[in-house]
Design a binder for this molecule. Structure first.
Ligand SMILES: NC(=O)c1ccc[n+]([C@@H]2O[C@H](COP(=O)([O-])OP(=O)(O)OC[C@H]3O[C@@H](n4cnc5c(N)ncnc54)[C@H](OP(=O)(O)O)[C@@H]3O)[C@@H](O)[C@H]2O)c1
Length: 474
């Protein structure tokens, strides 16, 4: 069985391609938020917050909230902000990466004008900001109450209701490279070089910024050297051994996406892994699938070989990706063009997972000590049918999406018009297995390894729709 049966679970048999913008690092999201604030676009700034985001203002004096819970409360707190303060510039800004990729510490000074009087406004901030799944989940803001009299007394007007909360510096004011430069005090000891294969793909593209945020060097590999900021680009082709040595030079760890649609990935991967061992690679993290156990077909053969090659190895075995419906996967394309999801899964349930969660686990798997485990089956928080997926997409987008159930043989014949019969049969069989409960098992591995629960499909789809829905005038 080929290793990419999930991604190629398609009407056309073409490998999935993902042009969808991967989630931003905490620093990137923060900088984007600053631009929104300077643009006085509070609606979009609030949309950067998680539904259940918590904001804390430990130094807030009497009369100001010390804690806000949930996006609605944050929206209410901030909605009048531009009516009170005309934020104009961030003369100083430093963003420090912490030992947790999701969390940054921001030091900054904001200046502007008190709207009511035209008096100058100036405020210093220190904020600890956590971004998970491309949304702010926690914002602890030590805005300086002692600065309020200076800034506000000149205004000779009552204090604005929201003197702070979400101020962030203008992106242009960030010292070059500062957002990814780790604070030596908080960076874990030892920076390593990691090879990320499939660095342009669904999980690789989401892993790269996490490793950079931890202060590591990332060698980003693709068939054409990917141009990814902050990385060492590398032209790497599984089928071209001449590209392999450069990938292994002074490399501590590997993130491996098997060659897409290769019927026997072990044939090219095992010689590469033998070279990796000789070259001194310490740790290997392999992306497989929940449907393929060690020793199973395709990538299962690579999985089975790892314990004899490396002491430190981890195989990630995710369930089906949520991005299959929201990225550029054939399912997503069929939803967009025909409003249909054609499967032989019947009413079988699947623990769909967000690729962001896979990347989060991958970052831990490459860098944690001790290892978080060897064989990690990763799922989202709930097991859904394709009917459930269609219903959610219909509700969110307002466009009808229908699950079109077909039999295993119908699916095989349909797929076989666009791919070898053997491969079409495999894909149809996987759907058949899902129809009989093979994908319904859920695990708590994401939360155990990362410390945060996996994203559910509705939230994933909501965010995707928020970012991608057609805009008026667009
Ligand atoms: N989709 C799912 O539901 C699902 C579920 C479980 C497991 N999986 C597994 O996840 C893996 C990734 O699937 P995906 O669809 O999300 O793909 P992807 O990671 O989005 O794309 C594949 C990546 O591999 C690179 N690549 C392709 N051919 C290559 C080659 N010959 N040499 C070197 N790099 C090559 C591509 O980079 P360039 O184009 O830049 O070369 C691209 O970055 C597959 O192994 C699949 O079995 C998928």
């Amino acid at each position: 069985m080929p290793q990419d049966e999930h991604s190629d679970h398609s009407e056309h048999g073409a490998p999935a391609k993902h042009s969808e913008h991967p989630a931003r690092t905490a620093s990137e999201l923060y900088r984007h938020g600053l631009q929104l604030l300077l643009d006085k676009n509070m609606t979009d700034w609030v949309a950067l917050c998680d539904d259940h985001a918590v904001f804390e203002f430990p130094f807030a004096p009497d009369g100001y909230p010390q804690r806000l819970e949930g996006r609605a409360a944050i929206a209410a707190y901030l909605e009048d902000y531009p009516d009170h303060i005309d934020l104009q510039a961030i003369p100083s800004l430093e963003i420090h990466q912490t030992g947790t990729p999701e969390t940054i510490v921001v030091e900054m000074r904001a200046t502007g004008r008190i709207v009511a009087t035209g008096a100058p406004y100036e405020m210093a901030y220190i904020a600890v900001v956590t971004v998970i799944h491309d949304r702010i989940t926690h914002y602890r803001d030590y805005w300086n109450p002692l600065a309020v009299p200076t800034s506000m007394s000149d205004a000779k007007s009552p204090l604005p209701q929201a003197p702070d909360g979400a101020l962030m510096p203008h992106p242009d004011t960030t010292p070059p490279g500062h957002e990814t430069a780790p604070d030596p005090a908080t960076t874990p000891p030892g920076r390593d070089t990691f090879l990320v294969t499939g660095a342009t793909g669904t999980t690789g593209s989401r892993l790269v910024p996490r490793l950079l945020a931890l202060g590591h060097t990332v060698r980003a590999a693709g068939r054409r050297a990917p141009d990814l900021p902050g990385t060492e680009p590398l032209a790497f082709d599984w089928h071209d051994p001449a590209t392999h040595d450069a990938a292994l030079r002074e490399t501590a760890g590997l993130y491996l996406i098997p060659p897409i649609a290769a019927p026997d990935p072990a044939a090219v991967m095992l010689p590469f892994l033998a070279r990796a061992r000789t070259a001194g690679v310490r740790r290997v993290v392999l992306l497989s699938s929940s449907a393929i156990p060690a020793g199973g077909p395709g990538v299962g053969q690579v999985h089975a070989a790892l314990p004899d090659l490396f002491e430190e190895w981890v195989v990630l075995r995710p369930s089906w990706f949520m991005q299959n419906f929201t990225g550029n996967h054939v399912h997503a394309q069929a939803v967009r063009t025909h409003g249909t999801l054609t499967t032989a899964t019947g009413t079988g349930r699947v623990g769909f997972i967000d690729a962001e969660d896979i990347a989060a686990v991958a970052a831990h798997a490459l860098t944690d000590s001790p290892l978080p485990g060897h064989d990690l089956v990763l799922t989202g928080p709930e097991a859904l049918t394709y009917d459930d997926i269609a219903t959610t997409l219909t509700e969110l987008t307002g466009r009808p999406v229908r699950h079109r159930p077909v039999t295993r043989d119908q699916l095989r014949d349909h797929l076989a018009t666009a791919m070898p019969t053997e491969f079409a049969t495999l894909l149809a069989n996987l759907d058949h297995d899902l129809a009989h409960g093979a994908g319904s098992h859920l695990t708590d591995t994401v939360e155990r390894v990362t410390g945060h629960p996996p994203l559910n499909f509705r939230t994933h789809a909501k965010r995707w729709w928020h970012d991608n829905r057609p805009r008026r005038g667009a």
